[in-house]
Design a binder for this molecule. Structure first.
Ligand SMILES: Nc1nc2c(ncn2[C@@H]2O[C@H](COP(=O)(O)OP(=O)(O)OP(=O)(O)O)[C@@H](O)[C@H]2O)c(=O)[nH]1
Ligand SMILES: [Mg+2]
Length: 341
C-alpha cells in the first residue's frame, strides 16, 4: 500500500480522497468502516500531452499512484479493525489530513496528537520486542538499533529525525514504524481561508513532515467540472494549483522522484523513477528484457524537443545523444532504449 490517507475523525479524508482520485459523487458505502478504500491517483503530466500532440501515438499513459482512504480514526482498535491497522503499517507514505475548517476544533492539537499517537504505537512495538530480546539474551545490530530507537522515541521524537545507516535502516524495515514513514500534511482549511496557518505549518515541519493547504470540499466540487471549466473557476476563485498537483509535487519531493518519458507511435508514457537511476535500471522499469539485453539509450532532452518541435528536428540538430548503461537519467529525458532479446 503505497500512500494512505489518514487523520482524525471527520477531518475531510474521504472528501480529499475523492478529489484526488476523481471519484467524486461516488460513495464508499460499499466498503466497510473497517477496510481501507483503494483508489488510483492519475498524475497529469503536461509534457506528455505536448509530446503526444506531435507523435500522435495510439495511447498516452500518465503516471498513476495507488492511494488508500483510511476510514475513521487510525487509532481506533477493536473487533474488525485489523485490516485498517495492517493497511496503515504496510503503507509507504502518509497523507495526514488535519481539519482547519471548523472553528470549534484545534488543528494544532490534532496534529500534535497524530504525532504522539504514532510515537506511542511505535514505542509499544519496540517495548514488546525489547522484552523478547532480553528473554532470549539476544545481541547484535538489531538489538543495538532497537535500543537507540527506544531512546529516541522515549524523548517524544519521531523516527523520521533519527539518522540511520543503510544497514540499520534495513535491520528495522520489517517493523513498519509509523513515525518513520514519510508524511505529508494537508491542512484542510475553510473556503474563506481566513485562518492564519503559519504556526500549524511550522509545527508540521518540526515533526519532519511536508505541508500543503487545501480546501477539500472545494477541490471535490472542482474535480467534478470539465478540465477547461476547472481552470476558469480556479482563476475566478484566485486558487492556486489543484490539490492533486500540489500533492504530487510533495510526493515526488519526498520520494526524490524524477520523470523520464518514452515516445513511439504506439505509446507516449511518463515514468516516475528515483533520482539518480541509471539508464539500464530505467530500462528495467519498462521491461526486464530491456534491462537484460540493454545496448544503449538514445536520449533527447524534453526542452530541446519543445524548442525544436519534434524528434527528427532534434536528431538533425545533433540533440540526440547515445548513452550507455551507467548514464544517470535526468528529469525530462525522452529515452528510446535499444536492446537485444
Ligand atoms: N467546511 C468544510 N467542511 C469540510 C471540508 N472537508 C470536509 N468537510 C466536512 O467534514 C465532514 C467529514 O468529511 P469526510 O471527508 O467524510 O471526513 P473523513 O475524515 O473521511 O471522516 P471519517 O472517515 O468518518 O473519519 C463532511 O461533512 C464534510 O463535508 C472542508 O474543506 N470545508
Ligand atoms: Mg472517511
Amino acid at each position: 500500500m503505497p500512500i494512505a490517507i489518514l487523520g482524525p475523525p471527520a477531518s475531510g479524508k474521504s472528501t480529499l480522497f475523492r478529489a484526488l482520485t476523481s471519484r467524486t459523487g461516488q460513495s464508499e458505502e460499499s466498503h466497510s468502516h473497517n477496510e481501507p478504500v483503494p483508489g488510483i491517483l492519475r498524475n497529469w503530466e503536461p509534457r506528455l500531452e505536448r509530446l503526444a500532440s506531435v507523435i500522435k501515438p495510439k495511447r498516452v499513459v500518465h503516471p498513476t499512484f495507488e492511494i488508500f482512504d483510511i476510514p475513521g480514526s487510525p487509532w481506533e482498535t477493536g473487533k474488525g479493525r485489523e485490516p485498517v491497522i495492517r493497511g496503515i503499517r504496510q503503507s509507504e507514505t502518509f497523507l495526514i489530513v488535519i481539519p482547519a475548517f471548523d472553528p470549534t476544533r484545534d488543528p494544532g492539537k490534532e496534529l500534535g496528537d497524530m504525532k504522539t499517537e504514532m510515537i506511542i504505537s511505535d514505542l509499544a512495538q519496540v517495548e514488546k520486542r525489547l522484552k523478547r530480546m532480553k528473554k532470549e539474551h539476544a545481541e547484535g545490530l538489531e538489538c543495538d538499533i532497537i535500543e537507540t530507537v527506544n531512546e529516541h522515541l522515549s524523548q517524544d521524537r519521531p523516527l523520521r529525525s533519527l539518522s540511520l545507516t543503510e544497514r540499520e535502516e534495513e535491520a528495522i524495515r520489517g517493523y513498519g514504524f509509523l513515525s518513520q514513514k514519510p508524511a505529508i500534511v494537508a491542512i484542510n482549511r475553510a473556503e474563506d481561508n481566513s485562518l492564519d496557518l503559519s504556526d500549524l505549518r511550522s509545527q508540521a515541519t518540526d515533526f519532519g513532515m511536508r505541508v500543503f493547504d487545501v480546501c477539500a470540499t472545494l477541490e471535490e466540487e472542482l474535480a467534478e467540472l470539465a478540465e477547461s471549466e476547472q481552470e476558469e473557476m480556479r482563476a475566478a476563485l484566485g486558487l492556486d494549483r489543484p490539490a492533486k498537483d500540489q500533492f504530487v509535487s510533495e510526493v515526488y519531493h519526498l520520494w526524490h522522484y524524477i520523470t523520464f518519458l518514452t515516445a513511439n507511435p504506439n505509446e507516449c508514457r511518463a515514468w516516475p523513477v528515483p533520482e539518480g537511476i541509471t539508464a539500464v535500471h530505467a530500462a528495467g522499469k519498462i521491461h526486464s528484457d530491456m534491462e537484460k539485453g540493454f545496448i544503449k539509450a538514445e536520449v533527447v532532452k524534453y526542452q530541446d524537443f519543445e524548442e525544436l518541435g519534434g524528434m527528427a528536428q532534434c536528431r538533425q540538430a545533433g540533440k540526440l545523444r547515445l548513452e550507455g548503461k551507467d548514464h544517470a537519467v535526468h528529469d525530462g529525458d525522452i529515452i528510446t532504449f535499444r536492446f537485444n532479446v
